[in-house]
Design a protein around this ligand. Structure first.
Ligand code: ATP
Length: 514
């Protein structure tokens, strides 16, 4: 575990050193849980967004996009339930004065039981070798059974407390499980209180005329309030979807783990409107479709899992998370929710307008049901970074730090180096750059030895490097070096565009979704 934390620290340092992510307002010592993306970070982030947008909008006949404003009429948040119920349960440790989310403390405790079970399994696997039967071991080993029973009991108690919104019980669970504050090590806890996560500000120039408005805590409501506009002007027929990418703001109580939990972040959300009664089938379909999108990145299916919600939000009739194996455990990257007709009905009620769909097949009008897929750009960015980062031990005893980014997401696709700074090699290299930069990001580098230039490109995850040498001037071929295998081969300059597009374009990635 400590080793994993070490790796995570290195990833954060790497993000800063190579222009991916900087703390916000760093000159003034930063601002809690707010970050800026640097010259390489913004490219990676844009590629993630493009991969999502094209997968959703371009590849689906019945999904269109919008870009709604961040500021919305204040009644939107009353109707959606956010003013009254967008709360987290918080608890303070009286000795360290540190604040925690009570539900997260208990979830961490559940994960500890899982770890204990996993440890027993690993020990036994080593002992029994080939003949090890994990299922049988878990069903019969006394220690595993004991851990599992404790875990199940805690899980049930936790789920009940959440569903009943029972804050005292949440506190009692923390006390009974003897959960201690990681900073002070004590169990001196306050009561559990609710805390609203929305940021607010004033709109209007004079104090009397100003009204309180909120910075949106999710992009979804911008889609719901535009349902009628899009359905009518786009002449959309059910089922259809509306996609959106945009900023969201939450005053997170405990903002930890770098860009995993930020106060200003970006979401990619899609609301899929369906006929009532078909929603659970669509829920299943979207679970598969979204998982395929993640797995096309090639990080290995063992690094993903679904986590069904214990507590369904008041509006949902099914909900699951797609979790990714981060250095600090399996964590939510995306939520898929069956939101019934709650949001549209609420907006109809609060606005006094009819929000329905006329079904030409049945001649009926009804309020559509909604399946939502909601993914955080920044969390996705973090999972890509965590999985790609490697300090690789090389055969010659050296190490290199390399980002094995999926080539389609890499900020720079190709770097072009003249072997030396003379004999017309820089000019030839520049010619290649000027030709290819219309199609993708290309970088020209002539400083330092080739080896050092390779290392710099490895560190930002550039999948291909090309070296221009004397032979290039004679036969128009270059050496093409592959980031991951470090193998080099001779190719014609005229082939470069096709090679890079085939392996490093968003199109190539989109085609890998199964
Ligand atoms: P969590 O339980 O981690 O607070 P959530 O269940 O409240 O997340 P949703 O409201 O379902 O999250 O939001 C959808 C997605 O938006 C999440 O899966 C996550 O990727 C992203 N997201 C939510 N809150 C944050 C945040 N504070 N910082 C970065 N990304 C976030």
């Amino acid at each position: 575990m400590a080793q994993q934390e070490d790796v995570f620290k290195k990833i954060i340092a790497h993000c800063k050193e190579y222009g991916f992510v900087f703390p916000s307002s760093e000159l003034y010592d930063g601002l809690g849980a707010v970050y800026d993306y640097g010259q390489n970070g913004v490219e990676l982030k844009n590629n993630i967004k493009q991969y999502w947008w094209r997968s959703m909008v371009q590849l689906h006949e019945n999904i269109v996009g919008i870009d709604a404003a961040i500021f919305m009429h204040p009644t939107v948040w009353k109707a959606s339930g956010h003013v009254d119920a967008f709360n987290d349960p918080l608890i303070d440790n009286k000795d360290s004065k540190k604040r925690y989310r009570a539900d997260v403390l208990i979830e961490d405790q559940l994960a500890k039981y899982d770890e204990k079970i996993q440890k027993e399994v690993e020990k036994a696997r080593k002992r029994f070798g080939e003949s090890f039967d994990e299922q049988q071991f878990c069903a019969t080993n006394a220690r595993v059974i004991e851990h599992q029973q404790k875990r199940d009991a805690l899980h049930e108690r936790f789920a009940n407390a959440l569903n009943d919104n029972n804050l005292e019980e949440l506190r009692q669970i923390i006390v009974d499980e003897e959960i201690a504050c990681p900073i002070s090590g004590t169990r001196n806890w306050t009561d559990v209180r609710q805390f609203n996560l929305m940021f607010s500000t004033e709109m209007g120039s004079t104090a009397e005329a100003a009204s309180k408005i909120y910075l949106r805590p999710e992009t979804a409501q911008g889609i719901f309030v535009n349902y009628l506009n899009v359905q009518k002007t786009g002449r959309m027929k059910l089922p259809f979807g509306i996609a959106q990418i945009g900023k969201a703001f939450r005053n997170e109580i405990v903002a930890r783990q770098f860009i995993f939990r930020m106060r200003e972040f970006e979401q990619m959300e899609m609301q899929f409107f369906v006929k009532p009664g078909t929603e659970l089938d669509w829920f299943k379909t979207w679970k598969q479709t979204r998982m395929a999108w993640h797995q096309a990145l090639g990080f290995g299916s063992e690094n993903y899992r679904f986590h069904d919600h214990d507590k369904l939000a008041h509006y949902a009739n099914a909900a699951t998370d797609i979790e990714f194996h981060m250095p600090f455990g399996f964590k939510e990257v995306e939520g898929i929710h069956s939101r019934t007709n709650f949001d549209l009905s609420q907006h109809a009620k609060y606005s006094g307008k009819k929000i329905e769909y006329f079904d030409p097949e049945t001649n009926e009008s009804y309020t559509p049901y909604v399946i939502e897929t909601s993914i955080g750009v920044d969390r996705m960015f973090l999972s890509v970074m965590c999985h790609s980062y490697e300090e690789e031990q090389l055969a010659d005893g050296q190490t290199r730090t390399v980002l094995h980014l999926p080539a389609a997401l890499a900020p720079v696709k190709l770097a072009v180096f003249p072997l030396t700074k003379k004999d017309g090699l820089p000019e030839k290299a520049q010619e290649i750059v000027d030709d290819l930069r219309f199609d993708f990001n290309v970088k020209y580098e002539e400083k330092d030895q080739i080896g050092k230039r390779y290392r710099r490109m490895d560190a930002i995850g550039c999948p291909f490097c090309v070296t221009v040498d004397q032979q290039t001037l004679e036969d128009n071929t270059v050496t093409l070096r592959d980031r991951d295998s470090m193998e080099q081969r001779r190719v014609a300059i005229s082939e470069l565009r096709a090679i890079v597009l085939e392996q490093a374009s968003i199109t190539s990635l989109l085609k890998k979704q199964k």
